[in-house]
Design a protein around this ligand. Structure first.
Ligand code: SAH
Length: 360
C-alpha cells in the first residue's frame, strides 16, 4: 500500500531528508490538481518559515556561448553551427555587474559555455578581481574545471558555484551526452568544489526523454546525499537545432511546467533549508512560471542582466523569454510580479544559503 499524502507531508516536515524514494516518487508524479495544491502549499509554507516572504535575486550575465561540450539537448552545444558565437569582454562584464549592483540584487551569476584553458582561467580571475569593489555574492556556472582552477577562482572572489549533474542516473546521462562526457567527472567536480569551500549548487532537468519519475525522486535523494547548498533545476525544453529534439517527447509544455513545479515542492520538503531557484525555463513555459515556482517552494530568482544584444545567442532551449528586455525593465517586471503574489525582492541582501551557514 502506498503511504497517504498527509502521512508523507507530516514526515517531511518532521526533519530534512525524512522521505523514501517511494514517497518522493509519489510527490514528483502527482497529477491531481487538489493534491498538487496541498503539496505546493506545504512546501511554500516551509519556504516562508525558512526564508520569509522574500525572494533573493542573482542577476545572471551570460558571458559567452563558446562551449567545448556537445550535450545532445543544449542549444549552445559545440556542433550547433546555426549560432554566432560570442564572448563578452571584461569591460562588458564589469558594466553588467555594475547594473546588477545598482539594481540592488547584491549577488551575481557569471554563466557560460565550458572552456578549460589557462587563458580562460585568467580571464575569469580578472573579472572577479575587477568586480570585487561591488561587494556582490558571486556565483560561477562555468562547468567542469580542475580543482586547481576552482581554487583560483575562489581566491579571486567567487563564493558559490553551480554545476548541474543534469541527471543522477549515470545510464540516462550516458544517453544524453557523447561518449567522452563523463558523469563521474561531474560528481568529482562537485566534491572538489566542496573541498574548495564554495556554497555548492547542483540540479537536474526534468521531463527528459527516457527519464522516469523514480529517476527524478533519486535526483532529489542525490542532492541530499551530496549535502548541497543550492538547487537550480528546471524542465527540459527541446531546442530545434539539437539531436534530442527529434526524439519522442512524453510531455507537452503544460506537463513540463507541472513536473518542474512538483520537483521544486518535493525538493523543498526533502531538503528544507537550501536555496532553490525558480529558473527561467519555468517562465519559458508560462508567463508566470517563475512566480508559480516561488509558490511551490523556491526562494531565488535569476533575472537576466545581459545586454539584450547578446541574449538571442544564448538560447539553451526554444522559447527563451525576455529576449528584448533590458535589466531595468526586468527589475520592474519582477517586482510587480512578486508583489502580485505577496512576496518582496530581498534587495541589498546576498541571500547566502542557510544550509551552507548551518553546515560551516
Ligand atoms: N556550461 C555550464 C552552464 C551553461 S548551461 C555548465 O555546464 O554548468 C546551464 C544549464 O542549462 C545546464 O546545466 C542545463 O541543465 C540547462 N539546459 C541546457 N539545455 C537545456 C534545454 N534544452 N532545456 C532546459 N535546460 C537546458
Amino acid at each position: 500500500m502506498t503511504a497517504s499524502l498527509d502521512g508523507i507531508l507530516a514526515r517531511a516536515l518532521e526533519r530534512p531528508r525524512n522521505l523514501s524514494v517511494a514517497d518522493l516518487t509519489r510527490l514528483v508524479s502527482l497529477e491531481d490538481p487538489e493534491e498538487r495544491r496541498i503539496v505546493r502549499a506545504a512546501a511554500y509554507d516551509l519556504k516562508c518559515r525558512i526564508a520569509g516572504k522574500l525572494v533573493s535575486m542573482r542577476g545572471i550575465v551570460e558571458i559567452g556561448n563558446v562551449c567545448a561540450k556537445d550535450c545532445l539537448y543544449c542549444g549552445i552545444r559545440r556542433s550547433n553551427a546555426n549560432l554566432e558565437r560570442y564572448r563578452l569582454s571584461i569591460d562588458d562584464i564589469l558594466r553588467m555587474a555594475e547594473v546588477d549592483a545598482k539594481a540592488g540584487y547584491a549577488s551575481i551569476v557569471l554563466q557560460g559555455g565550458e572552456i578549460e584553458s589557462e587563458a580562460n582561467t585568467v580571464f575569469i580571475e580578472e573579472c572577479l578581481r575587477g568586480m570585487a569593489h561591488l561587494d556582490l555574492g558571486v556565483t560561477l556556472s562555468l562547468g567542469e574545471q580542475s580543482e586547481e582552477v576552482y581554487r583560483r577562482w575562489k581566491a579571486a572572489g567567487a563564493s558559490r558555484y553551480l554545476l548541474r549533474i543534469e541527471t543522477s542516473s549515470p545510464e540516462l546521462y550516458a544517453r544524453l551526452h557523447p561518449a567522452d562526457h563523463s558523469w563521474t567527472r561531474r560528481v568529482e567536480c562537485l566534491a572538489a568544489l566542496r573541498r574548495c569551500g564554495y556554497q555548492v549548487g547542483t540540479g537536474v532537468m526534468s521531463a527528459l526523454p527516457g527519464q522516469s519519475m523514480e529517476d527524478l525522486a533519486r535526483d532529489i535523494v542525490f542532492f541530499g546525499d551530496r549535502d548541497v547548498d543550492m538547487i537550480g533545476m528546471g524542465p527540459y525544453i527541446p531546442h530545434p537545432d539539437t539531436p534530442l529534439a527529434s526524439e519522442p517527447q512524453t510531455l507537452n509544455n503544460a506537463g513540463r511546467l507541472q513536473l518542474g513545479l512538483n520537483m521544486i515542492a518535493a525538493t523543498r520538503l526533502y531538503l528544507h533549508d537550501v536555496n532553490i531557484a525558480a529558473t527561467t525555463a519555468l517562465q519559458a513555459l508560462a508567463p508566470d512560471g517563475r512566480e508559480q515556482g516561488i509558490l511551490a517552494g523556491a526562494n531565488v530568482m535569476m533575472p537576466n542582466v545581459t545586454d539584450a544584444a547578446y541574449r538571442r545567442r544564448y538560447q539553451l532551449y526554444a522559447g527563451k523569454p525576455c529576449l528584448d528586455e533590458n535589466a531595468q525593465q526586468c527589475r520592474g517586471c519582477l517586482e510587480r510580479r512578486l508583489a502580485a503574489i505577496g512576496e518582496r525582492v530581498n534587495y541589498g541582501a546576498r541571500g547566502d544559503s542557510l544550509h551552507f551557514k548551518a553546515r560551516t
